[in-house]
Design a binder for this molecule. Structure first.
Ligand code: CA
Ligand code: CA
Length: 145
């Protein structure tokens, strides 16, 4: 079990923001990372709640993706907006989840999230390639709490 306060250093967080920026050069999709200690709700339900509270549905193509992590519970959800689940298989994010979880098991929190973010970008690219006039519709910062 990890504590939220020492899950990521501030330089780790900067590297993750950099990875989001880099991933979004592959795709018009928008990626966000939310980290909190624990949730008393089912994790998928909580991820959807966070997605909505961050107003991540505010994308033209409904292609926002939230990587939700409950640090103390070792739980992770990747939730994509309706533009994605309409065209993707239901197990679309499974291997990305596993990739992140495997890094977490080795104690590599930052590496896991960076790899996951970059892979989400690669996967979105197929359906939502980057366009020249791309707008950064959602902030690349990590949200917490
Ligand atoms: Ca964009
Ligand atoms: Ca963005």
């Amino acid at each position: 079990m990890s504590k939220l306060s020492n899950f990521l250093s501030s330089s780790d967080e900067q590297e993750i923001v950099k990875a989001i920026t880099e991933a979004e050069l592959n795709t018009s999709g928008e990626i966000r990372v939310h980290i909190e200690g624990t949730s008393n709700k089912p994790y998928m339900e909580r991820a959807v709640e966070v997605f909505n509270s961050l107003e991540m549905y505010n994308t033209k193509q409904r292609n926002g993706v939230l990587i939700y992590i409950a640090v103390e519970d070792n739980q992770l959800v990747i939730y994509g907006d309706e533009g994605i689940y309409k065209i993707a298989e239901s197990n679309f994010w499974d291997d990305t989840c596993n990739l992140i979880i495997n890094s977490f098991k080795e104690g590599n929190h930052k590496e896991g999230i960076v790899k996951g973010v970059l892979e989400v970008g690669e996967k979105l690219k197929t359906f939502f390639p980057y366009k020249k006039d791309d707008i950064d519709e959602l902030p690349n910062t990590i949200s917490k709490g």
